[in-house]
Design a protein around this ligand. Structure first.
Ligand SMILES: NC(=O)c1ccc[n+]([C@@H]2O[C@H](COP(=O)([O-])OP(=O)(O)OC[C@H]3O[C@@H](n4cnc5c(N)ncnc54)[C@H](OP(=O)(O)O)[C@@H]3O)[C@@H](O)[C@H]2O)c1
Length: 328
């Protein structure tokens, strides 16, 4: 990858322009989401479902007949009521979670185990672009925690507690981003360490944490499907630029311009949700251990993310960090 390609998501302006340009690039769709792709009888959990893409995904999955659990930090119960109204499906449930707090993730898993397991589909969607670094309760950097590390903890707890359907391969879907291609290399020595930054650095770090997430998704698929048999399908995708609330922390002075650009060029959350619903519901993915979509097109993930050596290293460091936090 050339240096200029790697710089595409390094600041808010280049990230926005790249997003717009990608939307106009010719894409060959991996397939089509059909009206017959139904989810009746399936239990799905969507996190970060109070806003933007997650809310639209929850609505889209509810329209296809799924029992939908919305794991949210805010919007309880009104967002769930809204999904019921929009979808005509009353089998919608809400659970509270704050992914910046390890204790809250543990509570969420307890609730899932007792009330809703087994899950057939999980959509890990919550994400942030903060205007500056912030410390979480456990002393981690918030974007690192919400955009990557919480997913590692959440998935491992769900697996340990046998919260997934063990008869039909469940689908685990991560909402990632093409910006995962941007970082030149991993910074293993810095893993999990709190560092101060301001908005100018947020987008660059956002791409780095999406690289960690994409690397985790590849490693998770390898670990869950060791013998060539698909026991779990692990999918990851970039929904393209979405007219959501992701830029809510941008400096006030830019908000009117961003709203205009997002409104004109970016996809509405309900359109951006189509590839997520496609991955969740379509038979095109039956039996697949891993796949990655950009919009509706199949792509290979960045080679740093698919490299098993990087996957092993990320897992090892994530486990060590989790253990360290448990002993504090
Ligand atoms: N927008 C884009 O152009 C774009 C492009 C590529 C990928 N993505 C990815 O798409 C996903 C959804 O983002 P979006 O664009 O829909 O943005 P959004 O409208 O801001 O939605 C983000 C969701 O994450 C939740 N969330 C944030 N911090 C949380 C926490 N600590 N605990 C629990 N939930 C938390 C938010 O909850 P609250 O409402 O309570 O804050 C909200 O429901 C993210 O992973 C993002 O990285 C977005």
């Amino acid at each position: 990858m050339t240096n200029s390609q790697q710089q595409k998501y390094n600041n808010p302006v280049s990230a926005t322009l790249t997003g717009i340009r990608d939307l106009f690039r010719k894409q060959i769709p991996a397939g089509t989401l059909n009206p017959t792709d139904r989810l009746d009888g399936k239990t799905v959990l969507v996190d970060g479902a109070s806003s933007g893409l997650g809310f639209a995904v929850a609505t889209g999955l509810a329209r296809r007949g799924a029992k939908v659990i919305m794991a949210c930090r805010s919007g309880i119960p009104e967002k769930g009521e809204k999904v019921k109204k929009l979808s005509g499906n009353t089998d919608i449930h809400m659970l509270h979670v704050d992914f910046s707090d390890i204790g809250s993730i543990g509570e969420l898993v307890k609730q899932i185990k007792v009330k809703y397991a087994p899950l057939d589909i999980l959509v890990c969607n919550a994400g942030i672009v903060p205007k500056q670094s912030r410390k979480t309760k456990q002393g981690l950097e918030e974007m690192f925690m919400v955009n990557y590390f919480s997913k590692f903890i959440f998935l491992n707890l769900l697996l340990e507690n046998q919260c997934f359907n063990e008869v039909d391969p469940p689908r685990i879907i991560f909402v990632a981003s093409e910006s995962h291609r941007n970082p030149e290399k991993f910074q293993w020595d810095e893993f999990g360490k709190y560092k101060e930054y301001q908005i100018g650095k947020s987008i660059e770090l956002y791409g780095y944490y999406k690289l960690l997430l994409t690397t985790f998704s590849c490693e998770l698929s390898r670990r869950l499907n060791p013998n060539g048999e698909t026991r779990y399908s692990v999918f990851s995708l970039c929904p393209g630029p979405v007219n959501s609330n992701i830029a809510r922390e941008a400096p006030k002075i830019f908000i009117p311009v961003l709203k205009l650009v997002f409104g004109i060029f970016f996809k509405s959350p309900s359109k951006a949700a189509i590839p997520v619903v496609y991955l969740a519901a379509s038979h095109d993915f039956d039996g697949k251990p891993f796949d990655y979509l950009f919009l509706m097109s199949r792509k290979t993930v960045d080679e740093k993310a698919s490299d098993p050596e990087n996957g092993r290293q990320l897992w090892k460091l994530s486990e060590a960090l989790q253990e360290r936090l448990q002993t504090v």
